[in-house]
Design a protein around this ligand. Sequence first.
Ligand code: NAD
Length: 384
Amino acid sequence: MTDRIGVAVIGTGFMGRCHATAWRQVHAIFEDLPTPELIAVADAVPAAARATAAAFGFSHAVADWRDVMADPRVQAVSIATPNAMHREMALAALAAGKHVWCEKPMAVTLADAEAMAAAARGARGRTLLGYNYTCNPMIGEARRLIGQGAIGRVVHVRGVVDEDYLADPEIPWSWRLRREDAGLGTLGDLACHLIAMLHLLVGPVSRVQGDMATVHATRPVPGRGGERAAVENEDVAQALVRFENGATGVLGFSRVAWGRKNRIGWEIHGTRGMLTFDQERMNELQLFLAEGAPGTRGFRTILAGPAHPPFGRFVPAAGHGLGFNDLKVIEAARLLRAIAGGQPAELDFEHGLTIERTIHAIARAAASEGWISPSALSGALSGD
Ligand SMILES: NC(=O)c1ccc[n+]([C@@H]2O[C@H](COP(=O)([O-])OP(=O)(O)OC[C@H]3O[C@@H](n4cnc5c(N)ncnc54)[C@H](O)[C@@H]3O)[C@@H](O)[C@H]2O)c1
């Protein structure tokens, strides 16, 4: 096993800075894994690359991401750029023999995601997608409980991902609203996180029905004196799903849900109990078990603590809570462990393709007009 891994981060926005933080911290928390060497930061805005490299202790700043791919000191690359660049950057990194930690959604189109998964299959480098919420120790605990049969057979799932970052119709237009740059809207930006979680907790989805809508049709273009541009992808979406194991589900997604900041919430109903989780209270898990005297039954709140690995690597006492950036550190460790062990990472490009297929299936189903109008139905026609 190599004990040092040269790393680079492409993109210095929200996610680029989270990746840079994670690469900086991961060795202090996971000292048994290879140590990242902070080689380069790339950004199309050279001043941003320089400032981020200086702030986070990377030795080089470059404006052209291709320089990172050509640099033999770089063995692992973080791709934290807008969605439309993921495919080209990931293919270049894999062709150069590098490991890839790519932000979600995997790509703009399903065809792009397929090309990325195909390239990863024959590559030397390991791959990982940015499904950071799955790294939460409480999700690990939920997995263990479900795997041990604590709530019996999983029969039904209710899930939501709600945020309000586009609830105000005057929030300016951005790349996230154009199909060419972003692909799907709330399905690609938000739903994929829940689908990734449920993929680990319940299993793959076997079929879907879908519906989606754009709530605010246009938004002001920044710096263009009142000009408005069209919103090309969906603000809200919902789906009925069946999982391969037979469980049914109802899922809803919105980026215009006033008051919700990062509500990735789910209930998993089993034949002997239920588990519920909400990312806005990420250090808690609610468990109901149908056991004991009926009069004393109720949900119990499990607070995150050292009993839920790897929580104890960060904090030695329960109830003190991890945060979003800690999930990114655990995610960096996930990739380093895959590299050190020579094994695929969980939620690599292969798993990612399954998640992409699910969100694209919901979009396709939404376009397929499978509606039945109650007013068009008569007893004779319905057979009821
Ligand atoms: N995992 C999560 O929870 C999470 C959260 C937010 C965003 N994301 C994902 O992260 C990715 C980036 O989103 P963000 O919010 O950080 O965006 P952002 O707009 O804040 O940052 C994007 C960065 O990429 C840079 N960039 C653009 N084109 C480039 C190019 N050709 N070469 C180099 N750099 C370039 C920009 O200058 C900017 O620094 C998206 O795919 C998004 O979906 C994931």
